[in-house]
Design a protein around this ligand. Structure first.
Ligand SMILES: *Cc1c(COP(=O)(O)O)cnc(C)c1O
Length: 388
């Protein structure tokens, strides 16, 4: 298959000269610690999220950890999350000293099923941690109403959610705290980084304190003419801040968000148009009133219409030089969580069914139209060769 000797990865970052110049300028500026570029990035991010506060951090994982502990969640508390997520969503609950509880997802969007959440609530439940899977908006209205009824906090894992809107509002202000990721695979990257958004002043203040060792003044305040060298340690905090050159990269990326989202959406809609015509496939939905961020394009196989398994499908894609992935191996399939919490495959049947049949196709802004066609042709060929 010489025509496919160039391997098409399932994800690639999109870094233009604007980002490179912004980072180089920062490196030459003599200021690398969290400072003016972090502040500028935070301000613009808060404007998009529609929140009073946006706090730049060195990962989404750090942000979720801070959100949980600043909301007072700890030992003896239970936090409900989804099995269809990355390890970080569950690890942060464990890091806070609380107990993760899983509730099943919906098969239409791979996000938490609000009814399953309601069934998982016990007297010890303190919070819900929904994940906007692939950039698809969670059923926030239902989740917030369950949370309100049981006095639960809501911390959103929006690692995939930059570009996700609900009823015309960008996510960020629905729950108590929302956390975005700038890991290299995400819609906007800082190399590594995250952003926590909230309208809660106390929570924001506490997060800023804990993100910088529990110190009363940040570096910008201590090392510039306007500040003082003195500080007090008010808590045993963490080292979770974003550096100024990460923020320079992120802010320059963020300015291109509209361009990025247009391209992502064009590709996703073209996939939908072609794959939607094939009864062997289930295409992702964009629920009424919401905007999908198209962080991932997740297509599902209908096993009853195909003689090929998902695993074999991935092998055949790879033979055609196309990278794919699966989001995610469910939490209850991993050895650590099985041994620690007694979960086993089969415990969350919808998540299990999704896992066995789902596949993430290449979707990134630098994909050319011919690369998009190549993916479509490959999927169509494989389906045609394995119809029941
Ligand atoms: C990437 C990812 C994270 C972790 O983000 P970091 O910024 O790398 O900490 C958390 N949750 C989900 C669903 C992710 O995809």
């Amino acid at each position: 298959m010489n025509q496919h000797e160039d391997f098409l990865p399932y994800n690639l970052p999109d870094i233009s000269d604007a980002e490179i110049d912004a980072v180089v300028d920062t490196l030459r500026s003599g200021w690398l610690a969290p400072g003016p570029r972090v502040k500028a990035f935070e301000e613009d991010f808060a404007a998009l999220a529609g929140t009073k506060h946006a706090i730049a951090l060195d990962s989404a994982t750090a942000g979720m950890h801070l959100a949980l502990i600043t909301l007072g969640i700890g030992p003896g508390d239970e936090v409900i999350t989804t099995p269809t997520t990355f390890a970080a969503s569950v690890n942060v609950i464990i890091h806070a000293g609380a107990t993760p509880v899983l509730a099943d997802v919906r098969l239409d969007d791979y996000c938490l099923d609000p009814e399953a959440v309601a069934r998982a609530i016990t007297p010890r439940t303190k919070a819900v941690l929904p994940v906007h899977h692939a950039g698809s908006a969670c059923r926030m209205r239902e989740l917030l109403s369950v949370a309100k009824e049981h006095d639960l906090r809501v911390i959103e894992d929006a690692a995939h959610g930059l570009g996700t809107y609900i009823d015309g509002r960008h996510i960020g202000a629905f729950g108590d705290a929302t956390v975005f990721s700038f890991y290299p695979t995400k819609n906007v990257t800082t190399g590594r980084g995250g952003m926590l958004t909230t309208n809660n002043d106390d929570l924001a203040e506490r997060c800023r304190l804990l993100a910088l060792h529990g110190m009363s003044n940040d570096a910008w305040d201590r090392y510039t003419a306007r500040g003082s060298w003195a500080y007090q340690v008010l808590a045993a905090g963490y080292n979770y801040t974003m550096s100024d050159f990460q923020a320079a990269l992120g802010h320059a990326q963020f300015r291109r968000l509209d361009e990025f989202q247009r391209r992502r959406s064009d590709i996703a809609l073209e996939f939908n148009r072609r794959f939607g015509a094939m009864p062997e496939l289930v295409i992702p939905i964009e629920r009424e009133g919401s905007t999908h961020a198209w962080h991932l394009y997740v297509v599902r196989l209908r096993p009853e219409r195909l003689t090929i398994s998902r695993d074999q499908f991935i092998v055949e894609m790879k033979e055609r030089g196309i990278g794919t992935s699966v989001h995610f191996i469910p939490i209850h399939h991993h050895p650590y969580y099985r041994e620690t919490f007694g979960w086993a495959p089969g415990d969350f049947p919808v998540a299990d069914e999704a896992f066995e049949t789902m596949m993430s196709l290449p979707l990134y802004t630098r994909m050319t139209d011919s690369a998009v066609d190549r993916v479509i042709t490959a999927v169509e060929e494989i389906v045609r060769g394995h119809r029941t």
